[in-house]
Design a protein around this ligand. Structure first.
Ligand SMILES: CC(C)=CCC/C(C)=C/CC/C(C)=C/CC/C(C)=C/CC/C(C)=C/CC/C(C)=C/CC/C(C)=C/COP(=O)(O)OP(=O)(O)O
Ligand SMILES: O=P(O)(O)OC[C@@H](O)CO
Ligand SMILES: [Mg+2]
Length: 228
């Protein structure tokens, strides 16, 4: 499954803390997207995650959990994406929560299913930037440097450029992409239609589409066409 992740070009991110009716979930799961990622920065619980996973499992597509709270880790996902927010001002969001979770779950951890994401949070107004105290005042060179910490110093499999809630600077995304040797570049933030999806897909390996699913489902479904 870890190998499959590399081929994913489009992913829908569903938030367990938000409502979705069956018809909308059906449309998302049959949209042609490569996978569903389940996660959010706040309000994610064991209960709302189990509920969403069990509904998604009626469909055949891969489903991964992006872990933001160790209390909400649910068995049964295909992969577990583990963020490390590299530009956080608080080390607990880089290695602290991860160390505590490993200490707690110990021998139960299916290591072959864990994928570490080197997160670079770039929208100062996002929930995740506030939560993690991210230093979002980075120019392109500073952003590349974080990406290279992930790719070259830490050998992380994924660099995630996170503009959650706003469409990012595509020149910065392109520049980061060019500098990566091994890591997969995931881009997320503000993709709201086919046009923005195409722009982001052109400069990254994988695009993640989140909020628009809940705001305008028809536009969200169009974004899949950007990678087909
Ligand atoms: C049997 C079994 C399955 C055992 C468990 C094994 C397992 C999977 C162990 C995991 C061990 C481990 C290392 C866990 C990590 C624990 C943890 C809490 C790490 C911290 C992660 C972190 C840095 C969180 C900060 C927030 C963050 C980066 C969240 C990612 C998702 C995100 C950015 C969503 C966007 O947020 P959203 O709510 O949509 O925001 P908007 O409001 O802007 O839309
Ligand atoms: O919700 P949006 O802005 O689409 O961002 C997607 C994803 O990167 C959020 O973690
Ligand atoms: Mg969101």
């Amino acid at each position: 499954m870890k190998e499959m992740l590399k081929s994913w070009r489009h992913v829908f991110k569903l938030d367990p803390d938000r409502e979705m009716d069956e018809q909308s979930l059906n449309a998302v799961c049959l949209s042609g997207t490569d996978a569903i990622m389940v996660g959010g920065s706040t309000g994610v619980t064991y209960e709302n995650t189990v509920d969403l996973l069990s509904r998604i499992r009626r469909y055949e597509l891969p489903c991964v959990q992006e872990v933001s709270d160790m209390e909400a880790i649910v068995p049964g996902f295909d992969l577990y994406m583990i963020p490390m927010v590299l530009n956080s001002s608080d080390p607990s969001w880089i290695v602290g929560h991860q160390q505590q979770a490993i200490d707690r779950y110990g021998y139960m951890i299916p290591w072959e299913l864990l994928v570490t994401e080197g997160y670079i949070v770039l929208n100062p107004d996002s929930a995740v930037a506030h939560l993690t105290g991210a230093n979002t005042l980075l120019d392109t060179s500073g952003t590349i440097a974080y990406a290279q910490v992930a790719d070259k110093l830490m050998s992380l499999p994924v660099v995630y450029l996170e503009y959650s809630g706003t469409f990012g600077d595509m020149e910065t995304v392109r520049a980061v992409h060019h500098k990566l040797t091994s890591a997969q570049l995931i881009y997320g933030g503000g993709i709201k239609d086919l046009h923005t999806a195409k722009e982001a897909a052109a400069v990254s390996d994988t695009i993640v589409v989140g909020n628009i699913i809940y705001e305008d489902l028809d536009q969200a479904l169009q974004t899949v066409l950007a990678v087909k």
